[in-house]
Design a protein around this ligand. Structure first.
Ligand code: URA
Length: 242
């Protein structure tokens, strides 16, 4: 890869800005000061330093965000703030996008990446990646609802959902539940409860596949996935579709 491309990809500025850095003698490759922007380097094998700092090249980024309410799961929007607006420039320059959507008023676990293949795999209906939600429900959630969800419920447009695993945490005028589903239709959790005559008044995603929301992340904050989280995620992403 060309040296100026590598440095630009890693956030050291535009190609023009990187050329300035090169000119000023700030870049060393394998211990030697380099001024040639077109020099080809192996981004994983050769040692590149900018102003004495080692550049650890990576192509992909994987971020876990504790999505707050009030922002939308998109990369840009003319009206609303997006989850990408919450990222630092250091992470934004990788052009990550949210993997799937949470509604504007839903909070909790959201994965952002620029790894299109992984995102595609995680969202593929064939993979049936489980997603678990915690919710407050207006109305008394009963064992009857648990049974209905277990065999799938018919949404208002006639679609019969796949089975959902509903767990009642509190059955009251305002109930508390956890629900695990393996698909991701538009407003699915809200529509599943509407199908049994109830209304979701608060919704938070707790997990997606093997990844659990890190509850130590304040609402609106994010972090890169740990190596263990990455490995569990890539295992799902790479599994052959059957
Ligand atoms: N189901 C919903 O209704 N909303 C979400 O944000 C996610 C799942």
């Amino acid at each position: 890869m060309r040296l100026d491309k590598l440095l630009s990809n890693m956030g050291y500025g535009s190609r023009k800005e990187v050329r300035q850095l090169l000119k000023s003698g700030s870049i060393r490759v394998n211990g030697k000061t380099v001024k040639d922007a077109a020099l080809h380097v192996d981004p994983y094998g050769e040692e590149v330093f900018v102003l004495g700092e080692r550049v650890l090249y990576k192509e992909f980024i994987y971020l876990m965000m504790h999505k707050p309410q009030g922002v939308i799961s998109a990369t840009e929007d003319v009206r609303d703030r997006t989850v990408v607006d919450l990222l630092d420039a250091e992470h934004r320059h990788f052009n990550p996008f949210p993997v799937g959507r949470l509604d504007k008023d839903t909070e909790g676990f959201l994965l952002l990446t620029n790894d299109g293949k992984l995102a595609h795999n995680l969202l593929s209906p064939k993979k049936e990646v489980p997603k678990t939600y915690y919710a407050h429900i207006s109305g008394v959630v009963t064992e009857e609802d648990v049974a209905k969800f277990a065999s799938g419920v018919t949404l208002e447009d006639g679609y019969l959902t796949k089975p959902g695993k509903l767990q009642i945490l509190k059955s009251a005028e305002q109930s508390e539940i956890e629900l695990t589903i393996t698909e991701g239709k538009f407003h699915q959790v809200k529509r599943m409860f509407e199908a049994v005559g109830k209304r979701v008044v608060y919704l938070k995603r707790l997990s997606m596949g093997p990844l659990q929301l890190d509850e130590s992340l304040p609402i609106g904050a994010y972090r890169e996935l740990s190596e263990g989280e990455m490995n569990s995620l890539l295992a799902i992403g790479n599994k052959e579709e059957s």
